[in-house]
Design a protein. Structure first.
Length: 145
């Protein structure tokens, strides 16, 4: 190979890597300094005496919102099918059976009971992710540290 071919190949690879890293990875925009509240006033134990911090300590002063609940459990399961979570009616089961998709229905009865019995404490959202997903960044992150 001649030197010219190697140089062109090098620049093509460099351009491809640049385009891949600048366009494929999701960009995180962070809004900094949006709260005028003082963290010192709201969380004095966090700033000064961390050994006195209790597990569920609520803000004492400042302009922070009042806490409605002592804790929130927020569960995100990547690649979980909506069919598994949604309780399908008889009509939906028959329609899915005709399409060959009956194997995905009604697999989590505990979730169905929770959604039915405690509607004020549980919500089920249907979400359709846009590509690219975060999988590639999960692979690359351990390599960059």
């Amino acid at each position: 190979m001649t030197v010219g071919v190697l140089v062109v190949t090098f620049f093509l690879h460099a351009a491809a890597i640049f385009l891949f890293t600048s366009g494929f990875f999701l960009t995180r925009y962070e809004a900094t300094d949006v709260s005028p509240c003082s963290k010192d006033a709201a969380f004095p134990t966090v700033m000064h005496n961390t050994h006195h911090l209790r597990r569920h300590e609520v803000p004492r002063s400042g302009c922070w919102s009042n806490v409605k609940f002592p804790r929130v459990v927020y569960i995100v399961i990547d690649a979980l099918r909506f069919d598994f979570m949604h309780e399908a009616s008889q009509e939906e089961q028959q329609r899915k059976a005709a399409d060959g998709g009956q194997y995905f229905l009604n697999h989590l009865p505990h979730v169905h009971a929770l959604l039915r019995d405690e509607p004020a404490q549980s919500l089920l959202f249907r979400f359709i992710a846009d590509a690219p997903t975060m999988t590639m960044q999960r692979y690359v992150l351990p390599l960059s540290q």
